[in-house]
Write a protein that binds this ligand. Structure first.
Ligand SMILES: [Fe+2]
Ligand SMILES: [Fe+2]
Length: 266
């Protein structure tokens, strides 16, 4: 099973950082500087991530990359490319585009007539420096560490679903919060699955002690950068001082749901 001592050690190393990412959203929701414009700003940035993210070297994003890969595989299905591989591409395209739609729907529900509409092509350059840093860090890890770098990326995808879990809890507070909660509810199960797919990967090919140590270093480095990325996405609700405390471990860690994970992987 994937939940042996090395895996539990990896969870222990990352759990305070997952909590740190979640604290950025929790602080934002009731932050005095939160307003309609700031909501539209973080939602547009989330839409950028859902449409153009994904770590594809050619920057094709989460829509075009699986679509082009599927077209390229079309004539090779059963002739070198497994049908399950193609089915996984189709599922990825469907899920990630549905995430874009969910957050774009929340954006549309919150915007007024004078606010700009969403256009995925205009969003293409809608990243921000801390997000670019995360992308560069992950690319470096994939280049330097190959397969372990790829697994680290998968394991930190969504940061234990902090945004989606915290966003789901907003239901019933206001019309804007309901729109955000609806989007987060739609996305949560998929993204929890994407993170667990990273875990399942590890279960299938046992790692050496050295590999586990590298995986721990890479995932915690990515998670530390994720806290900066999220804090910037939401307009810096956490102070620099608080971020330093979080990075120093002064935070209650998230408790990893081993039972839910085991059910998912069964
Ligand atoms: Fe997504
Ligand atoms: Fe995903």
């Amino acid at each position: 099973m994937p939940f042996g001592a090395p895996f539990r050690g990896l969870v222990t190393a990352n759990a305070p950082l997952w909590a740190g990412e979640a604290e950025a959203f929790r602080t934002y929701w009731d932050w005095p500087e939160r307003n309609r414009e700031s909501d539209l700003c973080w939602l547009a940035r989330q839409c950028h991530k859902e449409f153009w993210g994904g770590g594809d070297a050619k920057r094709r994003g989460l829509f075009a990359a699986p679509l082009e890969d599927m077209s390229a595989a079309f004539e090779k299905i059963g002739r070198g490319v497994s049908r399950h591989r193609v089915l996984a591409m189709a599922a990825q395209l469907y899920q990630e585009f549905s995430h874009y739609c969910a957050f774009a729907d929340a954006y549309d529900a919150i915007k007024t007539e004078t606010d700009a509409g969403l256009d995925p092509w205009r969003l293409k350059d809608g990243s921000w420096p801390e997000n670019d840093e995360l992308s560069k860090l992950r690319a470096r890890h994939r280049e330097q560490y190959g397969e372990i770098g790829r697994r680290a990326h998968k394991l930190t995808e969504g940061g234990y679903c902090g945004l989606f879990r915290e966003g789901m809890a907003l239901k019933g507070r206001s019309a804007a919060d309901d729109a955000i909660a609806a989007a987060c509810t739609k996305v949560h199960a998929d993204e929890f699955g994407h993170m667990l797919a990273g875990i399942a990967d590890i279960a299938h090919e046992p790692l050496s002690a050295d590999d586990w140590a590298v995986l721990s270093d890479l995932t915690t480095a990515q998670m530390r950068q994720r806290i900066h990325m999220r804090n910037a996405q939401f307009g810096y609700p956490l102070s620099e001082a608080r971020i330093l405390e979080i990075l120093a471990g002064e935070i209650e860690p998230i408790s990893f749901d081993y039972e839910q994970a085991a059910r998912f992987l069964a």
